[in-house]
Write a new protein. Structure first.
Lengths: 505, 143
């Protein structure tokens, strides 16, 4: 442990050179901007800026690219809160309560809690990264296809429960998302499915198009339907003293931030889109432990504090499998792996010994980067919150223009814009019929991974479904899933019994 | 509608290889999902029917229907912008889209509409094309 502390201090010496501080700052700023722009998430941001790092040494390059990664994760939350457009997948959950807070004139506290929660999670996550990296990475490797399948199924049931609406409707939306996720080439055999001869569909339905369509365009269309006088006025615009969280807000957020950090860090080690699962799991936990669960979905600050912390912590711990095993478990870390290889660094068990300056320098820079993000974002809370002062009749066309532009930039594809518009219309219909978009979106992301895990498990067991129940970790997840599914029935039964008991007294 | 979507998925899945559980084919997973969706949609409809049957005289509810002509015009402007993006290029399409959307939302005064649209088109061109170096369509004008 003392050796780790010594190495971390050396890392701080590397990260605080003027050159590396500059690249850390540049990465955090560019990442925040990239995250704020709809369509340009951390993946596009890192990919676009890899060429800009060619002239740098490996440590400075990765410090800057990592800064873009966590900066974009923060920036994505800003658009979720202000205009209900998730900048990236992990911000979908922030839309639920963050946007509701903004609608009630509490965009400032929501944005500030995002920054504070991200900073706390990032800081604690780095300590976890330093001390727990080797043993936790080994534990994550023990996950095989059956465990992964059961974890995903558990995730779907959890996420179908989180949005507060009908569980049945949410489950149906999750299945629709899974079906849409099967469009494209079969991940196992390479056979085209549901593409109807449309070439762009071979790569699957673009996730960003679905995200921006369902949430961004759908929300705009709902607003367009409003009477003209409502388009003139805007949501409650906060007064200056209401721009920052109150003591009560901070008190309510402490426990969710700590729980979200622990949850996010643990989930970040598991293969898959960890920040996404972490945000959902955190939201679910917060709703379950809350004394006022009915406020979730209507602007509960805990619904922003927990998931945002989980998101940031998961981002930090996702670096463990990348650095220690050389295995990226999420798309942004996969691009970072590419950047490491471009700079002549082979991540894996030997990385810490062979490139200590890079490993410890990048870890220390993450702490500095989180601090920079806090310093950058807290003063800008009033600026971001004042976006809501722009009348809707000006803001809505601007959102549409940014959505179309952002969508095109993902793959330089007009087809993606059509997909986004189609899902925008679907999102508008779903809002009217009280169907939640979040389960569909998350199922779309996790679907292909779920299918691969399912089919691999069956192939391993020669078609025996017992493989999902015979392995302890998998069994635990499946039992937990069953528990979640039966929970509404238990509650109803318990309520009936209690009512009967009260009646007989 | 979801029941039909599930049915369509099942029908299309049967056109693919289902194979066996030992070596699942391409159609097995979507087939299972389609069946599950049909089951859940059936449960939902059944529940709805049971609730209606339990209430012989349900309270009159306001049926939802799309309001006004603003929404189709808004959708048409977005579709037109998508069609025109490649031939006209980004700055001109952005300008025309902003003009159309602002007018659809009853923004008053042509000077304000044209000024705001021009400013937005220029600012987004500077941000995306000049600064972020994103290759947006140049169109006939070559901008």
């Amino acid at each position: 442990m003392f050796e780790s502390i010594q190495q971390l201090l050396n890392g701080f010496a590397i990260a605080t050179t003027w050159q590396n501080l500059f690249y850390c700052l540049a990465g955090a700023i560019v990442g925040t901007i990239v995250g704020v722009l709809p369509g340009l998430g951390p993946i596009a941001g890192i990919a676009l800026l890899i060429p800009a790092t060619f002239g740098l040494n490996a440590t400075s390059a990765i410090i800057m690219l990592a800064g873009i990664y966590y900066g974009a994760m923060y920036g994505g939350s800003t658009t979720s809160i202000l205009i209900n457009v998730p900048g990236e997948t992990a911000s979908v959950i922030t839309c639920i309560d963050g946007y509701q807070m903004a609608q009630k004139g509490r965009a400032g506290p929501a944005l500030a809690i995002c920054a504070i929660g991200s900073f706390v999670a990032g800081t604690l996550g780095i300590f976890g990264l330093v001390f727990l990296a080797p043993p936790l990475a080994e534990a994550a490797l023990a996950f095989g296809p059956p465990e992964y399948f059961s974890l995903m199924v558990f995730g779907f049931v959890v996420l179908s429960n989180v949005t507060g609406g009908s569980l049945l409707k949410s489950l149906m939306m999750a299945i629709v998302g899974l079906i849409i996720g099967t469009v494209g080439l079969d991940p196992v055999t390479g056979i085209a499915r549901f593409t109807f001869g449309v070439t762009p569909l071979l790569g699957g339905v673009e996730f960003v198009a679905v995200a921006i369509g369902l949430f961004g365009i759908g929300e705009v269309l709902i607003n367009v339907e409003q009477p003209a006088e409502q388009l003139e006025q805007q949501v409650l615009v906060p007064r200056f003293r209401e721009l920052y969280p109150t003591l009560a807000d901070l008190r309510a957020s402490i426990a969710p931030i700590l729980r979200g950090t622990a949850l996010g860090f643990g989930i970040g080690l598991v293969p898959g889109p960890a920040p996404v699962i972490a945000t959902y799991a955190s939201y679910m936990v917060e709703k379950r432990v809350s004394n006022h669960p009915e406020e979730f979905g209507k602007g509960a600050i805990e619904g922003v504090a927990g998931p945002e912390s989980a998101n940031n912590a998961a981002c930090q711990s996702a670096f463990i499998p990348l650095f220690v095993l050389g295995i990226p478990f999420a798309p942004p870390t996969a691009i970072l792996l590419g950047a490491l290889l471009i700079h002549g660094v082979n991540p894996g068990p030997g990385l810490i010994a062979e490139h200590p300056q890079l490993f410890w320098g990048v870890i220390a820079s993450m702490y500095i980067g989180n601090f920079i993000l806090l310093l950058l974002n807290l003063p800008f809370v009033p600026l971001f919150a004042n976006i809501l002062r722009v009348p809707k009749k000006i803001l809505l066309p601007l959102v549409i223009l940014f959505c179309i532009t952002g969508m095109y930039t993902v793959n330089n594809s007009i087809f993606d814009i059509w997909t986004m518009l189609l899902f925008g219309a679907l999102g508008w219909l779903m809002r009217h019929w009280a169907y939640e978009g979040a389960p569909l979106l998350l199922a779309l992301v996790l679907g292909p991974k779920l299918e691969v895990a399912f089919r691999q498990s069956l192939m391993i067991s020669h078609g025996d479904f017992g493989i999902f129940f015979g392995r302890p970790v998998s069994l635990v997840f499946l039992l937990a899933t069953l528990g979640f599914l039966l929970m509404p029935l238990w509650r109803r039964l318990f309520g009936l019994l209690r009512a009967r008991g009260d009646g007989t007294k | 509608m979801l029941l039909l979507f599930g049915l369509l998925t099942v029908v299309l899945s049967f056109q693919m290889s289902i194979s066996t559980f030992r070596a699942p084919g391409s159609g097995l997973f979507p087939l299972g999902l389609g069946l599950l969706l049909m089951l859940l949609a059936g449960c939902y409809l059944g529940g709805l029917y049971a609730r209606r049957a339990a209430q012989p005289n349900p309270p009159a509810t306001e049926a939802w229907a799309p309001r006004g002509g603003r929404l189709p015009a808004f959708l048409a402007a977005m579709a037109a912008a998508t069609v025109l993006l490649a031939p006209l290029g980004f700055p001109l399409t952005a300008f025309l889209l902003m003009v159309a959307l602002l007018k659809t939302l009853d923004m008053k005064g042509w000077i304000a509409i044209l000024g705001l649209s021009l400013g937005t088109a220029l600012a987004s061109h500077l941000l995306f094309v000049q600064w972020l170096q994103i290759p947006l369509p140049k169109g006939w004008l070559g901008l």
